[in-house]
Design a protein around this ligand. Structure first.
Ligand SMILES: Nc1ncnc2c1ncn2[C@@H]1O[C@H](COP(=O)(O)OP(=O)(O)OP(=O)(O)O)[C@@H](O)[C@H]1O
Length: 519
């Protein structure tokens, strides 16, 4: 019942007396300025009318009417509906960090019944990570995104992204408790991978018909289902990344993220924090709240470490430790975070030779070299060339809405005679260029735009002079040759950069500018 009236000392007492006079129990009550709300048991309507008449006789009472719920009950119903319909897990804690409410989503995410949590301290489940919740409560600060790995039962730790919000009643400074908003990291990653269009890729999409490629695919398929570390070797452009993707999607973790990282393309200074993440305040400029490393991002999925030979020695040691302990420590952090990540590493360099020269750690080499797969260069599988050429040509024709074209025998012979230093990537470029420039629907040998310059197979890059008289072009040409020479003589892009006296990123930019790859 809602009773409206003036604010007068004693008015509530007089209203209660009316209920007592009618032998009516009061089950619940709420008072706020101008209003008294009373909850009573179900009674016949005639009795309600009598009591309402009596209440309106009280001095200062303007009106009494029946309402289905007390305002507090209504608020609670609304909150309950919100809590049961949101997809985030919600846990409400009191000022002793005991669980007072747990919504349906949190029960499902944690795979726990309410009675296993209600009235228990969250510290039992959160372990060391509860320090952050205590901080949120005592310092009354919000912690927007914290990764927490929880061990529930005897299972492997599950990673959650949590945010902690202090409950501070309006106009009061005492803290009432904490709200934990819980998100399943795996779900976030699955969402991320759809956003990043980590499209499914299968072995069937790797175009091939040669015996040596068939064997490679057979091996890769056989090991895909296990969690064993795969080590892909092959020259640049042979399809190592395609293999890594196909292995991931054929593995037992296809819905997990596939996270590729090119160790050569990331500047030294950033590589460590990219891979392992960092804690808040780890260094000047570190993002508030810290940063997830790629190992953490790849939880439940695959981390593809491309160009692993370019990983600096000090990070090789850290990587080895992560692979052995299956735990990662963020930069500036000491807490080990368990990881469940499958590793696929790739290189176009001779790592075993680098090991004997002390440029790559032997122990890491053997840790990665569990299942080696050597992808042959294109010149050693010429049988694949006709199929690949037709495949790339069809792809361009389809993308540009042109009628399909054919590759004549003369063109196939020319393609098979080529040395292909850039492997399949180079063939793809040649076919694309040819489709755009060929005047007829059938490509003959003379229509092919083969990169003869790159097909030098042993000629001295510094021997020929640039044909242009323009200073800019001559300088570019000279710079390209110096760069090619440095890359040829040094075993990593980083070392070539040190030799040339420029930064690693500058070398990468110049390689991109001149279309050079590192082999
Ligand atoms: N067998 C194949 N079938 C279809 N496309 C291929 C095949 N092999 C390579 N490609 C294409 O060639 C290009 C280079 O392949 P990819 O990036 O996998 O090579 P990579 O060995 O990882 O090169 P890098 O060492 O330079 O990173 C990609 O565009 C890929 O789609």
């Amino acid at each position: 019942m809602e009773i409206k009236g003036v604010d007068r000392v004693g008015i509530t007492h007089e209203v209660i007396a009316c209920f007592a006079a009618n032998q009516l129990d009061i089950i619940g009550m709420e008072v706020k300025p101008h209003y008294i709300y009373v909850k009573i048991p179900a009674v016949p309507p005639s009795q309600i009318t009598t009591i309402m008449e009596m209440i309106t006789q009280v001095k200062g009472i303007e009106q009494a009417r029946m309402i289905p719920y007390l305002p507090a009950e209504e608020r609670e119903n609304r909150i309950h509906t919100i809590l049961t319909t949101v997809s985030e897990g919600i846990l409400l804690l009191d000022d002793q960090l005991r669980v007072t409410t747990i919504n349906r989503a949190a029960q499902a995410m944690l795979n726990m019944e309410p009675e296993q949590l209600l009235h228990h301290s969250i510290e039992k489940l959160w372990g060391e990570a509860a320090i952050e919740i205590q901080r949120c409560l005592h310092e009354a600060i919000e912690l927007p995104s914290v990764q927490v790995n929880l061990v529930i039962g005897q299972k492997l730790p599950i990673s959650y992204i949590c945010s902690y919000h202090p409950i501070i009643p309006e106009e009061k400074s005492e803290r009432q408790g904490v709200v934990i908003v819980l998100r399943d990291n795996k779900q976030i990653q699955e969402l991320l991978s759809t956003v990043q269009r980590n499209e499914c890729f299968t072995f069937e999409e790797i175009v091939q018909q040669s015996e040596n490629m068939r064997k490679c695919i057979e091996t890769a398929k056989r090991v895909a289902k296990s969690d064993a570390t795969v080590f892909l070797q092959g020259e640049s452009g042979t399809g190592k990344e395609l293999f890594a993707r196909a292995i991931h999607f054929e593995s037992s973790r296809p819905t997990g993220p596939f996270v590729p990282i090119n160790c050569a393309a990331i500047p030294d200074a950033l590589l460590e924090s990219e891979l392992f993440g960092y804690e808040q305040g780890a260094f000047t400029g570190a993002t508030k709240g810290g940063k997830l490393g790629l190992f953490e991002i790849a939880q439940g999925g695959t981390l593809f470490l491309d160009e692993i030979g370019d990983l600096p020695l000090h990070l090789q040691a850290k990587l080895l430790r992560v692979l052995e302990e299956r735990k990662v420590r963020r930069v500036g952090g000491s807490k080990p975070i368990p990881i469940d990540v499958r590793i696929i590493a790739a290189t176009n360099r001779n790592l075993s030779e680098m090991t004997s020269r002390g440029q790559f750690r032997e122990d890491l080499y053997y840790r990665l070299h569990v299942i080696p797969i050597m992808i042959p260069p294109l010149r050693e599988r010429k049988g694949d060339i006709p199929m690949l050429a037709q495949f790339f040509m069809n792809k361009v024709c389809r993308a540009t809405n042109q009628p399909m074209m054919q590759v004549a025998h003369s063109a196939i012979r020319a393609l098979q005679a080529h040395h292909w230093p850039g492997n399949v990537r180079e063939l793809q470029n040649v076919m694309e260029r040819t489709v755009y420039l060929c005047p007829s629907n059938e490509i003959q040998a003379q229509n092919l735009y083969l990169d003869i310059q790159q097909d030098s197979s042993g000629t001295d890059p510094l021997s020929s002079l640039p044909s242009s008289h323009l200073l800019r072009e001559q300088m570019d040409s000279y710079e390209k040759r110096l760069l090619m020479q440095a890359l040829k003589e040094h075993s990593s892009i980083r070392q070539a950069a040190t030799y040339l006296g420029i930064s690693h990123t500058a070398v990468l930019q110049k390689m991109k500018k001149y279309g050079l790859s590192y082999t």
